[in-house]
Design a protein around this ligand. Sequence first.
Ligand SMILES: [Zn+2]
Ligand SMILES: [Zn+2]
Length: 330
Amino acid sequence: MLKFTDRGIYCPQADLYIDPWLPVDRAVVTHGHSDHARWGMGRYLCHTHTAPILRLRLGEDITVQAVSYDEPVTENGVRISLHPAGHIIGSAQVRLEYRGEVWVVSGDYKLLPDGVSTPFVPVRCHHFVTESTFGLPVYRFQEPEAVIRDISGWALQNAGEGLNTVLLAYALGKSQILLHYLRTEGQPLLLHGAVANVNAALETAGFRFPGSRAATGAGSSPVEGAVIVAPPSALGSPWLRRFSPYRIAMCSGWMQLRGARRRRGVDRGFVLSDHGDWEQLNEAVDATGAEHVYVTHGYEAPFAQWLRERKGCRAYEVHLQGDETEEGDL
Ligand SMILES: [Zn+2]
Ligand SMILES: [Zn+2]
């Protein structure tokens, strides 16, 4: 029912693409990260919580059909529905059913609860298209709540030494998880504009996050003992300098790799991911009961080989063109 094409994952019967990277008429978008939600589609179908993110990032004039989880849409006999992926707010797995055959495209997902996105729900299917960003056994992630408890403790210690704490986390996804669980003990909580903009868009969907947009410009007064949440792109920028002296940490799944912190030039690395680790990926694949598994978006070859040899599934590597330009997921 689905084909892997040079524009994206295509369903000929319904004439629509899932997360296409080149302009097409009809796109189903799994979530708002920039490697999945791209500009130039005639019509977008997404979850209601993703719609304000698409409008923020792609423009108010796009045509969006927003649906709830498990609310089916039918296109030329194909029943299409979205199901929670637990990756970021509004993230969805796409289920397509036609004449008794069921495919599920996972998009990005994780199984650990993060306090803000609707928890992952396994969906039974015959064909499962899975991501594999952290598809190696070396990756084992703790629950975000426990990681952020450590972050809060570190920030408090920094404040005790008269230092600010800068936390680098992607504006859409990890920033909201951080803000949800952070305990700032009376310290000022300041947000980079990119984070504040995403929060403002999510507020229109009923979400509320603490923190205020950091004032910029010559007249703004210095802060002490504050916690500042900013995207990784702020590293080394003039914007950051005004928070000096500070300690700075990167919050990312990649921080599990030895040397990643040093390479990034930060003081601390916290392993915080919005993707599943090795165990979660395996659990998710098992829960689908799929006979055919298509592995994309990460460690395609080793994970597909593992599934073939250890689980006896028919697993295939699929190299999607959009994979190279990650923004939200690092
Ligand atoms: Zn993503
Ligand atoms: Zn992604």
